[in-house]
Write a protein that binds this ligand. Structure first.
Ligand code: HEM
Length: 498
């Protein structure tokens, strides 16, 4: 009696499993039949921004690439990015599950790679507290002083302009996060040296298909797989935890100025909100996210100044009228320097820091215009193409800062190039970043006319592709707008006093 009953049960289970499998497969096929159009090609390849732009022009505002069940959706127009990533943002809060980047490299605690979970909610809440506009005012004096150091560095060694900007970015970042008040050295500061090594590794892991283990998670348990990846993960863990313990032991003798670390460490003690390791990764993730992006953005502004001298002249005229020639700019003049603000916005649109955008994961099927973005798809709001949407930015290849100024002469805050991302995963450090871009470029423009060297013309398309797209080395000339010795004196004395 038991034999046939057992066989019947097995048969029923098999039929049920097969039924579920076929229904699911059919559903997948139906959904894939509804995918937005797109070119043939692997969803894992790294495509140059201009190629993606040509696909958007050919196939439409939302395109897809597919291989098996892996689907990549790229949103390349402004209105569709707003409709999907902002208005239906709840469906795109998640990041693609990343074994390599998140679990191995970041022990599940790297901010940028967090999936939707309680930890993400706590990290974002803490970041909002520390980077809301009022909180970032605390760093104005040091940001101003570091910006003036760039001018002195440029007078000493104009060739290394990209390094000077990097030093500014590193100094501001470590000041804000860990309360380090002295400017950093790019060649000696252990934190900067670690970032130089690790930031490209972490950013690389963000690109879809960067590591096989993201598709075959079992690989992580094979001892000889990804030895280097595991080593980097270990190195990162040691670095971030040692920065935190150094900070804590320093706090014992001197509680130091306001910084994110100070707030978090004190709160961890009083509220127990973050574990020790979470604190280390929270702070380390902020440093990693801030250092590279800020530096690339300022170098883009400098590149644009040299390439578009008429636009730079407009900024100079307003700087001279508002700030005068006696003392360099401060944050007090920011609101009045609309031409500079517009120049910065246009530079970020012209050469976005993150041309691909950052990956999201659709958490459920999203239907749009008769198409389906299936649950599990990796979705990018492509900054490069969105910033070139001709309906929003007429003559998109032209550098026109005036497009950002409304008829009332103020910055048009309704216009967005989405340089800091979309919806619920938008950049948490944008207030601080914008303040850094402002004070660095205001100070450099006040001091210099930035020029292209005719003997070494700039290739303004020479960027290294990646989540953060760096300029390749390029030449600039910095022509002091006053006597160089006087300029040095003004920056030195006022820089220190700031
Ligand atoms: C010019 C400078 C910067 C640019 C262009 C920039 C851009 C971005 C972009 C595009 C994203 C992804 C948003 C999305 O998924 O849609 C992002 C995320 C992030 N940014 Fe920034 N960023 C800059 C500076 C900073 C600074 C100064 C900080 C911190 C102090 C910071 C911290 C972060 C963090 C932690 C995330 C991850 C947020 C999350 O995944 O929920 N960024 N940023």
């Amino acid at each position: 009696m038991e034999g046939p009953f057992f066989l019947r049960s097995v048969l029923v289970v098999l039929v049920a499993v097969a039924g579920v499998y076929f229904i699911d497969r059919r559903r997948q096929q139906q959904k894939h039949a509804l995918l937005p159009p797109g070119p043939p090609g692997s969803p894992h390849a790294r495509y140059p921004p201009r190629l993606i732009q040509s696909w958007i022009e050919q196939y439409g505002p939302v395109i897809s690439l597919r291989q098996g069940n892996d689907v990549l959706v790229i949103i390349g127009r402004h209105s569709e990015a707003t409709q999907l990533l902002e208005k239906q943002g709840a469906c795109f809060v998640d990041r693609p599950h990343s074994v390599a980047g998140s679990e191995i490299l970041g022990r599940g605690m790297r901010f940028m790679l967090l999936s939707t979970c309680d930890r993400l909610r706590r990290f974002r809440k803490a970041a909002h507290t520390h980077f809301q506009p009022k909180a970032t005012l605390a760093y104005d004096a040091d940001q101003t002083s570091f910006a003036r150091n760039i001018v002195i560095d440029l007078l000493d060694d104009p060739e290394s302009h990209q390094s000077h900007v990097k030093r500014f970015s590193g100094s501001v970042t470590l000041r804000v996060i860990y309360g380090k008040t002295t400017p950093v050295s790019l060649t000696e500061d252990p934190c900067i040296l670690h970032l130089k090594r690790m930031v490209p590794v972490v950013q690389g892991a963000l690109l879809p298909g960067a590591y096989k283990v993201d598709h075959f998670p079992i690989l992580r348990y094979i001892p000889w797989y990804g030895r280097q990846l595991k080593k980097w993960g270990e190195e990162e863990f040691k670095a971030l935890t040692s920065w935190l313990s150094q900070y804590k032991s320093q706090m014992m003798t001197d509680s130091g100025p306001q910084s994110v670390a100070k707030e978090i460490v004190t709160r961890t003690v009083t509220e127990g909100n973050f574990t020790e390791q979470e604190t280390a990764y929270f702070l380390g993730s902020l440093v990693g996210a801030a250092f590279d992006t800020t530096q690339v953005a300022i170098s883009t502004i400098m590149m644009a100044a040299a390439r578009f001298p008429e636009a730079q002249a407009v900024v100079h005229a307003q700087l001279d009228a508002v700030v005068g020639r006696e003392a360099p700019p401060t944050f007090a003049e920011w609101v009045s320097l609309t031409e500079l603000q517009a120049f910065i916005l246009e530079a970020l649109r012209w050469r976005p820091v993150n041309p691909f955008g950052a990956p999201r994961r659709a958490s459920k099927d999203v239907f749009w215009n008769g198409y389906c973005i299936p649950a599990g798809a990796t979705v990018f709001g492509n900054h490069w193409s969105i910033a070139r949407d001709p309906d929003v930015f007429p003559n998109p290849e032209k550098f026109i800062p005036k497009r950002w100024i409304g008829p009332d002469g103020n910055i048009n805050n309704d216009l967005k190039a989405y340089s800091f991302g979309f919806g619920r995963r938008t950049c948490v450090g944008s207030n601080l970043a914008i303040r850094s871009l402002y004070i660095a470029s205001a100070t450099i423009f006040w001091a210099f006319r930035v020029r292209e060297d005719v003997k070494r013309p700039i290739d303004d398309t020479a960027f290294v592709p990646g989540i953060v797209s760096h300029q390749k080395p390029f030449s600039l000339l910095f022509e002091p707008r006053m006597d160089a010795a006087h300029l040095r004196e003004v920056m030195g004395t006022l820089g220190k006093a700031a």
